[in-house]
Design a binder for this molecule. Structure first.
Ligand code: HEM
Length: 502
């Protein structure tokens, strides 16, 4: 019988443990060298990270492009204590918003948007999950469907005709187009949402305009979420709470008014009517629609819908004034299509191929949400061999992507003809052109937005010729941007109209 070495078991166990430790060391080493490699980015200071590089006079989307040219299209920044990645190429945008979309479809929890959005229970700021899915479904199927948008046609035509009338009244003198266009877009959204113009609207819209200003600011408390004291110290928090209470009361009044008037006919249903109907139908369901949910949806329609469409219209007019040949060609097309009819309505808008290209080119050079709406990673993942930790905030620089010279010839020039026979569209599948975002969180309002831009533009070109005031030449038109929740013109667009056709 062979004698068993009394130490053999111990030796075996020890060898096993040594191997295990070695294995762990190798695993940790390879992990450090592959999966934990963060994307490149500028050097960071303790406590503030890259804040000192970001706080400059440049607009964030411009600055991020300059930095991305140096550090690459997937760039890591630390702002305060929060990790950010900035995406600046169509390829990486596709990775984020298509391949890994599920991991990047959360929104960060931010102080002011949380107050505005009933604790992030609206659509735009809600975390990804069942609640967001339910609201988004209501939005896409019931509120912003092609059929519903069509039902608002007479509202659009009416409001745009009022715009034309008010411009005609000031023919030959300087018109502040910025103010007129904002008022028209607000009018369309208000009538679509609330029905007739009503007494509350005059308070609701100015209050929301103040919200827009507050939401457009960088809030230091959001960059140091672990220091709760900062949240209590910020004055903006108190301002937002006050505005929120004011808007909430008005919106509740509007809902209650609608509740008291029972509508049978569905022809003139507005968005509040539709939401009330859904609330009644879903009363006993697992996810009933509360009054707060309704108010948050309506707010989102205004916030996401009116600023954006107005800014696109103003950028398109600015670019056409700056490029008179483009203006001429667009006017010729509108005349060709509508001269026989002698008025512009929505029935023939589909024929305005060049005008549609003008709008696309405007959205390429002036995406009104140049960094889209921030997202946040749900879990740790790898993109292009780099590690993106969980809870990293992600900004996609749609503005830089629209100027990527690998995709766009003469990227900085305004050339609508590039879109005329091109299949490239803004529906979220061509990642070199993503003014409405892409993936699960993509803008659901395209079908509502586009007629709000096409119809007024067609009418402004059909009825008027435009020139700059004070003998200014078209090259002199100032195109400086203002960065807020959307990026619009810094200075109001003031032009002199002369009538072409009544
Ligand atoms: C030209 C006009 C518009 C532009 C350029 C625009 C652009 C955008 C962008 C870039 C996003 C973020 C997408 C992302 O994170 O990938 C967004 C989200 C959103 N937009 Fe628009 N938008 C426009 C008009 C509208 C209109 C008219 C409405 C509604 C009436 C609307 C409702 C929304 C909502 C509710 C969201 C949040 C979606 C979500 O988080 O699930 N938008 N929009």
């Amino acid at each position: 019988m062979e004698l068993q070495n009394p130490f053999s078991n111990i030796i075996f166990i020890l060898s096993f443990l040594i191997l295990l430790v070695l294995f762990k060391i190798v695993q940790r080493w390879s992990f450090n060298n592959s999966t934990t490699k963060l994307p490149p980015g500028p050097w960071k200071l303790p406590l503030i990270g890259n804040l000192h590089q970001i706080i400059s006079r440049s607009l964030p989307h411009h600055l991020f492009k300059i930095l991305a040219d140096k550090y690459g299209p997937l760039m890591h920044l630390k702002l305060g204590e929060v990790p950010y990645v900035i995406v600046s190429s169509p390829e990486i945008a596709k990775e984020i918003m298509k391949t890994h979309d599920l991991n990047f479809c959360d929104r960060p929890n931010l102080l002011l948007s949380n107050i505005y959005s009933y604790n992030a229970t609206d659509i735009a700021f809600a975390a990804y999950g069942e609640h967001w899915r339910q609201l988004r479904k209501i939005c896409v199927i019931e509120l912003l469907s092609a059929k519903r948008v069509q039902s608002f046609r007479s509202i659009r035509e009416d409001e745009v005709s009022n715009l034309v009338k008010s411009i005609t009244a000031s023919e030959g003198s300087v018109v502040n187009l910025t103010r007129k266009i904002f008022s028209m877009t607000n009018g369309i959204t208000a009538r679509a949402a609330f029905g007739k113009r009503n007494r509350h609207q005059d308070v609701f819209i100015p209050a929301l305009e103040k919200v827009v200003v507050l939401l457009g600011r960088f809030e230091i408390a959001d960059l140091y979420p672990s220091i709760k004291l900062l949240q209590w110290m910020t004055r903006e928090k108190t301002k937002m709470e006050k505005l929120h209470t004011e808007i909430d009361m008005i919106a509740q009044d509007i809902i209650d008014d609608h509740r008291s008037i029972h509508k049978e006919a569905s022809n003139d249903e507005d968005l509040v009517d539709v939401l009330l109907k859904i609330q009644q139908e879903n009363y006993h369901s697992e996810h009933p629609l509360t009054d707060d949910n309704m108010k948050s949806i309506i707010q989102d329609m205004f916030l996401a819908g009116t600023e954006t469409s107005s800014q696109v219209l103003l950028w398109a007019m600015s670019e056409m004034v700056k490029n008179p040949k483009v203006m001429e060609e667009a006017q010729d097309e509108v005349s060709r299509v509508f001269d026989k009819k002698e008025y512009v309505d929505e029935t023939e808008l589909h024929q305005l191929i060049y005008l549609k290209s003008v709008i696309k080119e405007t959205l390429r050079l002036h995406p009104v949400a140049p960094l889209l709406v921030p997202r946040e990673s749900r879990e740790r993942c790898q993109i292009n061999g780099y590690e993106i930790p969980a809870k990293t905030r992600v900004m996609v620089n749609a503005w830089a992507i629209g100027r990527d010279s690998r995709y766009w010839v003469e990227a900085e020039s305004f050339k609508p003809e590039r879109f005329v026979n091109s299949p490239i569209d803004f529906k979220g599948t061509d990642f070199e052109f993503i003014p409405f975002g892409a993936g699960r969180r993509m803008c659901p309002g395209i079908s509502f937005a586009i007629p709000n831009v096409e119809l007024p533009l067609a009418k402004l070109l059909y009825h008027f010729d435009w020139k700059l005031p004070n003998g200014m030449s078209h090259q002199e038109l100032d195109m400086t941007e203002f960065f807020g929740i959307t990026v619009g013109r810094k200075h109001d667009l003031c032009l002199i109209p002369t009538t072409r056709r009544l």
